[in-house]
Design a protein around this ligand. Structure first.
Ligand code: SIN
Length: 291
């Protein structure tokens, strides 16, 4: 009998990776890598570099099982399990955004994911599973570009400020705590996540660049200002960060994957497709404490 030769698992290397920039502010379309394969360390390192450079990476035609999506996400850190949003029962690290007439989208606002946590995510990895025939695009904006476009006097003012982020701003009890099937999970999540404080301007831990770190989804007030001053300044910053010059708009195809740096970007899922259905799977990589 011949010796059984075990083939080493297929590993994607960095050698074939190419990138096409999407807009001047952010985004790179990456080709030459299969996310379903195990990644060799140079490929992971290259993707980390590209993420810092482009802030969001897109991969086309990358069918991923939930397990493969988790394996890919874990190359970049430990995974977050969303305390409120639906998740796959057999793999809770995968959050399921399955929106239709019976479960309306609620991510059609500019937000940075999970800033209600003291260690908000480093990255989100979103895979398109089922799409409407038209619509359902997602926009991302660069908080680096938004910060850098501000005047020097305003940058100086913002640099010392801190803001409150609250889970209930995007997950109000009226929607998430009302259904008896989910009430207990919701109440546990709210009790476990009291409001947190983050700097209004954070520093990217790798590039050292500064970025705005407030978002309409979760930021409720700036601590150091009076209530009306805080409201006015936040309204300005939310509008400023959404200027088209700082954004890109992604038109999805099934099996596209987006991988964004959640520390320095925001996103907005356009809710223009009802009554059609849209299903996305998200894996979320835990980050560090913003500074
Ligand atoms: C998200 O809000 O994290 C997902 C965006 C989307 O559904 O396009």
């Amino acid at each position: 009998m011949g010796v059984v030769q075990h083939q080493p698992p297929k590993q994607a290397t960095a050698g074939n990776i190419t990138v096409t920039r999407v807009t001047p502010a952010l985004g790179g379309i990456v080709e030459g890598i299969r996310l379903a394969d195990e990644l060799a360390p140079p490929a992971i390192e290259r993707l980390n570099e590209l993420l810092v450079e482009h802030q969001i990476l897109f991969f086309r035609r990358q069918p991923l099982t939930p397990q493969q999506q988790c394996r890919f996400a874990k190359y970049f850190g430990a995974l977050h399990i969303h305390p409120i949003y639906p998740v796959l029962p057999e793999l809770p690290e995968i959050m399921v955004i399955d929106t239709h007439e019976g479960f309306l989208p609620d991510n059609d606002n500019w937000h940075t994911d999970v800033t209600f946590s003291s260690t908000p995510p480093l990255a989100g990895i979103l895979a398109a599973k089922q799409l409407p025939s038209v619509g359902g695009d997602t926009l991302w904006s660069s908080n680096l570009a938004a910060y850098e476009a501000l005047s020097e006097p305003l940058k100086r003012q913002l640099d010392g400020l801190t803001a409150e982020h609250s889970v209930v701003k995007s997950f109000p009890a009226g929607r998430w705590g009302a259904d008896p099937a989910h009430k207990e999970r919701y109440e546990r999540a709210v009790a476990k996540h009291p409001p947190v404080t983050h700097p209004v301007v954070r520093t990217h831990p790798v590039s050292g660049r500064k970025a705005l770190f407030v978002n309409d989804g979760f930021t409720t007030r700036i601590h150091e200002l009076g209530a009306r001053e805080s409201e006015a300044l936040l309204a300005f910053l939310f509008t400023h960060a959404a200027r088209p010059e700082f954004t890109l708009r992604w038109r999805w195809n099934v099996d596209d994957v987006a991988f964004w740096d959640n520390r320095i970007t925001q996103h907005y899922a356009v809710a223009d497709y009802l009554p059609q259905r849209r299903i996305m799977h998200r894996a979320t990589v835990i980050g560090d404490r913003p500074f």
